[in-house]
Design a protein around this ligand. Sequence first.
Ligand SMILES: Nc1ncnc2c1ncn2[C@@H]1O[C@H](COP(=O)(O)OP(=O)(O)OP(=O)(O)O)[C@@H](O)[C@H]1O
Ligand SMILES: [Mg+2]
Length: 341
Amino acid sequence: MEPILTIENLKTSFMTSNGEVQAVRGVSFSVGRGEIVGLVGESGSGKSVTSMSILRLLADTAKIKEGKILFEGEDLTKCSKARMRKSRGGKISMIFQDPMSSLNPLIPVGKQVGEMIRIHHPEKSKEEIRREVLELFSGVRIPEPEKRYGSFPHEFSGGMRQRVMIAMALANRPELLIADEPTTALDVTIQDQILKQLRELEKQFGTSIIFITHDLGVVAELCDRVIVLYGGLVMEEAAIDDIFERPRHPYTLGLLASIPSVDQDKSRRLQPIPGSPPDMTKPPEGCPFAPRCRYARRVCAEELPEMTEVGTGHYSRCWLLDPEAPAENNPFCGKRGESHE
Ligand SMILES: Nc1ncnc2c1ncn2[C@@H]1O[C@H](COP(=O)(O)OP(=O)(O)OP(=O)(O)O)[C@@H](O)[C@H]1O
Ligand SMILES: [Mg+2]
């Protein structure tokens, strides 16, 4: 699949009074046209910083230190601010983690979405823009769009506000949509409806989507491919079926064990991964997951393993994949050469 976005060795840090927070430490992945890629990982793994780096919406204390972000062949890290402003909400758009903070509380929602169209298409008339906004509202299933056009964000429920955000993100038919945990705060029914809408969008317009979440269950429903982040690094990358059927990183195994399943007995507790993520002001030299990994050996804490291809389009960074790694207590042992068909 031809990539629309390619990120190469992205390193983004924050300069704080406690020192340099190395939030993203060399992330590489690409997104194909019309592909839905899931970016997963626990809180603090670098998901939002990666996506904010793409759109250059980072705090002033942040710096992209290294790497390339190629969108349709152009390196966005080298783009002028004015040009980035033009891309945002146009060819690339984003649905943010918190819809309330990204909507202006003082402006009616219809007008806010219309403004997004006007910025990118000043030639369009007021009537044309209003009509397009109403179409977008019905597209994201906001009931009675005419009536809701003039409502203010606080008059909407969380789910409806999220739909306004989606309508705004879709206003200019983006080629790439970045959705940062768009459904986490919503109840399951609304979450399902929104996922359905994203899938329709991809089918209808061939929109590429980066879907950020810590919920692998949601990923299973929506995504074609998954990038697993931890400690500012990609730990594993694979097609959706490979992630669920042949995970090749202990961190991914841990995430899979913590998915609530529909038929799961409610009294059975989920198993969160014990321990906590690394301090990114002093990221570990070895595998960042080593201190929490039940399979870790000495080498794991000392040296960062390279990304290794373990199957078609399936990559992982783990010393357990080393052919020399001892067989006992190795969850991947004997499986390495397995067919990936
Ligand atoms: N403005 C900031 N200043 C300093 N450090 C920051 C800032 N924003 C993020 N970080 C740090 O960067 C790292 C990655 O954060 P990021 O927001 O990308 O995590 P995330 O994967 O999106 O987590 P979540 O699931 O909670 O949204 C974390 O260690 C975080 O503390
Ligand atoms: Mg985030």
